[in-house]
Design a protein around this ligand. Structure first.
Ligand code: DAK
Length: 259
């Protein structure tokens, strides 16, 4: 498939890499870009050879938000009737393989929200995060008011949403928004290293782990623990569990078959 606003490639035939590609607009997330992103995510998710996905941008911007120009003239009737860009923004939530955000530069507004919809964020030392929608007379619209407090707590999330200020990468790491910070020139190496590590494990266990951690944000602790227990038990029906444990006991490398 050919795309206009993203590029896609694979690494080692195992990792699917999607690069947001509207550099002149700091990767502002236009409706068409989001359609393409959704298509690419779904295609990698459906490819049995792919074990992990990475979404990245360029040095200056992961994404500086939804495309303000494209939104500027819409009225309430337009956005409500057409359920403004919601479908395409929700696609990433249905992806079952891990998705890593490799963030450098600005991750603002919808860009910050997109990064937070990924499973974890590896950031370059020049990354900056923010929800500046308040400056435009709106509020975050792709989950920012919900995912940011879960990541960094209420006080910092309120600060970000109400003042529109940016967080540098050290603050983001201390607050728990990003999992790792690396020098800019090491960003893709680090993200690829993490992705390839994940690809080395059994895909069923990887998908189950992702599903369980996400469950922690959806319901009660008791429900989440029960959900985890059921999937934990279910993994004992897989040959990967036999292989992983036998490999450990016999001091050899496991060869998972995703079965
Ligand atoms: N949209 C469109 N163009 C953008 C843009 C954006 N978000 N951000 C930057 N650009 C464009 C600039 O207009 C400029 O274009 P030219 O003038 O060169 O044609 C070019 O990118 C370079 O930007 P600057 O000249 O401003 O670059 P600086 O380094 O001086 O400043 C900046 C960088 C990131 C601080 C600044 O560009 C900036 O403040 N950008 C806007 C950031 C922002 O407000 N982002 C939040 C947008 S609102 C929803 C889903 C998502 C959303 C809502 C609903 N649903 C599912 C319902 C999301 C909303 C948003 O993200």
């Amino acid at each position: 498939m050919s795309y206009e606003f993203i590029t896609v490639r694979t690494e080692g035939d195992k990792v699917g890499i999607i690069t947001l590609n509207r550099p002149k607009q700091l990767n502002a997330l236009s409706p068409q870009l989001m359609v393409e992103l959704g298509q690419a995510l779904k295609a990698f998710d459906a490819d049995p050879a792919i074990g992990c996905l990475i979404i990245t941008g360029n040095e200056k911007a992961f994404a500086a938000g939804a495309d303000i120009g494209a939104m500027a003239t819409y009225g309430f009737a337009d956005v409500y009737r057409d359920d403004y860009i919601t479908r395409d923004w929700e696609t990433i939530r249905s992806i079952r393989k891990p998705v890593i955000a490799a963030v450098s530069g600005f991750a603002l507004g919808g860009g910050c929200e997109l990064a937070m919809m990924c499973d974890f964020i590896i950031a370059a030392d020049n990354a900056r995060f923010g929800q500046p929608e308040i400056k435009l007379g709106i509020i975050p619209g792709a989950g920012g008011t919900q995912r940011l407090p879960r990541a960094v707590g209420k006080s910092k999330a309120m600060d970000m949403a109400l003042t529109g200020r940016m967080m540098d990468v050290r603050e983001a790491e201390t607050a728990g928004l990003v999992s790792r910070v690396v020098p800019l020139d090491k960003l893709m190496d680090e993200a690829l290293g993490a992705a390839l590590t994940i690809c080395g494990f059994g895909q069923l266990a990887v998908m189950a782990a992702k599903e369980c951690v996400n469950r922690a944000f959806e319901g009660t602790l008791a429900d989440g623990v029960m959900f985890e227990r059921r999937l934990f038990h279910a993994l004992f029906a897989t040959s990967d569990q036999k292989e992983g444990m036998d490999a450990f006991v016999n001091k050899r490398q496991a060869a998972f078959k995703n079965q």
